[in-house]
Design a protein around this ligand. Sequence first.
Ligand SMILES: Cc1ncc(COP(=O)(O)OP(=O)(O)O)c(N)n1
Ligand code: 3NM
Ligand code: MG
Length: 464
Amino acid sequence: MEDLIVITRPEMLSGEAGIINQLFAHGLARLHVRKPGVPEAEVRALLEQIEPQHRDRIALHQHHQLAAALGITGLHFTENDRLAQREAHLKELKDNGFTISTSLHDPADLETLSHCFDYAFLGPVYDSISKEGYRSKLPADFRLEKYSFPGKVIALGGIHAENLKQIQEIGFNGAALLGSIWQNPDNAIAQFELLKAFQSSFSHPTFQQTSSIPGLKPGAMDSKIASGNENGNDPFLTTKAIHCPRFQPGDRGGITDVVDKFHFISNETSELSHVDSIRIALQAGCRWIQLRVKDRREEEVLPIAWEATRLCDSYGAKLIINDFPLVALAVEAYGLHLGLTDMPVPEARTLVGEKMIIGGTANTWEDVVRRIEEGADYIGLGPFRFTSTKQNLSPILGIAGYRTLMSQMQEAGHSTPIIAIGGITPDDIGLIRTAGLHGVAMSAALIGAADPQETFYQIQQALC
Ligand SMILES: Cc1ncc(COP(=O)(O)OP(=O)(O)O)c(N)n1
Ligand SMILES: Cc1nc(C(=O)O)sc1CCOP(=O)(O)O
Ligand SMILES: [Mg+2]
């Protein structure tokens, strides 16, 4: 798949021109300016703020008369506009150097579409999750190669990182992005970078071999490709209904209330996938879940993170993503956990914004101080004892190590919540709490318990 095209939101946004200039600077190939109902003067003012060298990568949906004076060479015709055009006019536009595009909602129209069009948006490809009743017209086995239109066909509607690969497999030449970019304008550039990374990974041989891992089953989105379309909803507005961050900057004063006292750390074994382990923890009653996938590429972690997101959402649990800031951003996770050799907390803060919790690992007093100075919301301090869940463990702290570090915290007047980790069992919690730690993180002791519900009950009692 070649092209990622961004479509503007229909209304004007504050700071929009700045974001658009940055998107171009980050390699955006094409921008569709679609502002139905916005007066010409406002659209002109927006276009004038877009740096002139980027303007030949813009297509206008309305106010075509602005194009020539502003150095814009792209004109887009909505379905209704297209039906009102004469072929001779389209030819004239092509002869005058314009790139022209249009929108279709029925793939059958690709057979009769004027070959003057350089490309066409076809959509919605996916049912809208956010807009009820707004469904795709594409059959489940839809493939693009059957159609004779020689131009590019660009997928539109409900496109996000999770379904980008399937769009390529269907045969689309590109994808038009709206919700995935603009849902949270503060994160527009990071989202674009993530989508670009996924798009380029599809041609990577390692990815192709491993893309059948759980969570990225070919055809996994088939159930979302449905038939029947009828209402007049706006195809450009379809978007995945994603997780809303729940941590608001105003809550920061109460960080000890925000960070749970029990953190479950996912793991996979020969019998269990990460998602299976998370399901066990959720069913046992845990509501703070860390997805900790090791030795996998970002694009392999993302589908697992989506599955974990859906599962945690269904239990009202908070999902923390270990190691992968862009994945945390993509699934709008509640939090991100970073180790000492992962992305530094301040850099991650810039990337994920103010709303996401960021936890950081520490193994020594110097690490604790660094984490506090970096602004970590909580600190995972370990290891308490040997564990085979993590490779390359740091020296074991034991209860004596925790006591020393907690008195140093007290002397220094620090109150960042500290979570003990590493080989912890429910029986250890009493001592760990009396040492002054906020809570504990566990993996094996919960997943491997004969009765995880009973074990979680004991954990809760000990944490009270
Ligand atoms: C709560 C919590 N504390 C510490 C860690 C360890 O993180 P890190 O040092 O990045 O090591 P990995 O888990 O990535 O192997 C954690 N994950 N959670
Ligand atoms: C993920 C992790 N980090 C550690 C650290 O010391 O930083 S120990 C650890 C493993 C936690 O799992 P379990 O409860 O099975 O030991
Ligand atoms: Mg890590």
